[in-house]
Design a protein around this ligand. Structure first.
Ligand SMILES: NC(=O)c1ccc[n+]([C@@H]2O[C@H](COP(=O)([O-])OP(=O)(O)OC[C@H]3O[C@@H](n4cnc5c(N)ncnc54)[C@H](O)[C@@H]3O)[C@@H](O)[C@H]2O)c1
Length: 326
């Protein structure tokens, strides 16, 4: 089977590639990424396998249709992970360009996959697509998949990802391609983006601690997220890939949320540094709280998260230190 992983040099893509290789599946895997946030060093430690960077990796901008057409030729299954993803500051400062890019990437890869008669496409949506009003209080009701409508995401990122979901579901409904959609909550773990410009909250806090930057939490710190460790996300993707005919939208994340302040304190403990966080309430903090109802993930994928937040943070902090102090 020929598999294309778009965004394959990123956090989820590089981990998925490694897991598929580890599982010894006899797949021919192609990766496409423009390296906007992905890095070759995330995949260049793969040795002695069928996967070879020179042969199997393509540096391509997938917002361009011709590139999508070229890369989906002879592919059986597209795992579509490429999109512009970044921390909250980047997202709110680049709402228009990010929206247009993601719309183009998602629509072009789908259109090219249909043209090239790809059998199945797997897409990952985001919990950022849920309506603002359903995540603006503490201890909100766990979100079900259908709660994403009527749509009112807070950011253009949430909109772009939701429109991607909608377009793929539509193609599937009219028999143009099989599809599976996983709607992910906040993913963290190695190897993630650590730069000030593009990092998400957990790697950003790790960097501030490790490089002795001011330990600033954006917003009140009371905002909460359901953080899901990368290995659990890969488990879900592998289970989903096995369902050839595809499946409807399934949320992936832990049932409990945790505040950013609690995360910051846990990382501070790991660092053993004797400092206190400060809060910058001029910075955006995003939605207030959201947790998934994962009964569909349990039923359709037999999935639930296995890695608790303390273990996940420990691994992530250790990895960030190895990168930033090398
Ligand atoms: N990280 C999260 O918290 C999270 C949560 C929900 C959903 N997701 C989704 O998961 C997918 C993978 O995200 P990730 O966390 O691995 O982030 P990531 O940034 O590590 O991966 C995305 C990859 O897409 C690539 N990319 C961006 N624009 C591109 C373009 N024009 N052409 C080709 N490649 C391009 C980037 O270089 C990057 O390697 C994304 O679709 C994202 O929306 C992520």
């Amino acid at each position: 089977m020929n598999i294309l992983i778009t965004g394959g040099a990123g956090l989820i893509g590089s981990n998925l590639l490694k897991r598929i290789i580890k599982n010894n599946n006899n797949y021919n895997i192609i990766l496409a990424d423009n390296l906007w946030r992905g890095k070759l060093e995330n995949i260049n430690d793969i040795k002695n396998t069928n996967f070879n960077i020179e042969k199997n990796f393509y540096e391509l901008d997938l917002s361009v249709y011709e590139n999508c057409l070229k890369i989906t030729k002879d592919i059986d299954h597209v795992i579509h992970l490429a999109d512009v993803v970044a921390g909250i500051n980047y997202v709110f400062q680049n709402e228009f360009s990010l929206f247009q890019l993601n719309l183009n990437i998602n629509s072009n890869i789908l259109r090219a996959s249909i043209f090239n008669k790809v059998k199945k496409i797997t897409y990952v949506g985001t919990a950022c697509s849920y309506p603002l009003e359903k995540q603006s209080n503490l201890n909100i009701i766990p979100l079900k998949e259908e709660d994403v409508y009527p749509a009112n995401p807070e950011s253009s990122y949430g909109w772009s990802k939701l429109i991607g979901e909608y377009e793929i579901s539509l193609a599937s409904k009219y028999g143009l391609i099989n599809s599976s959609i996983l709607r992910l909550h906040n993913v963290y773990g190695p190897p993630s983006e650590l730069s000030e410009k593009k990092s998400q909250v957990i790697p950003a806090l790790c960097r501030k601690l490790i490089l002795n930057e001011e330990y600033i939490i954006w917003g009140s710190g009371k905002q909460r997220r359901s953080f899901v460790y990368i290995d659990d996300v890969i488990d879900a993707l592998i289970k989903s890939m096995k369902i050839e005919e595809g499946h409807e939208v399934v949320q992936i994340g832990p049932r409990e949320s945790i505040s950013i302040e609690e995360i910051a304190n846990k990382l501070l403990m790991l660092s053993k540094k004797n400092i206190k966080p400060t809060f910058d309430t001029t910075k955006p903090e995003g939605d207030f709280d959201r947790v998934p109802d994962i009964s569909k993930a349990e039923k359709i994928l037999n999935w639930k998260p296995k890695i608790n937040i303390d273990d996940g943070l420990k691994e992530t902090y250790k990895w960030a230190k190895s990168q930033l102090l090398k």
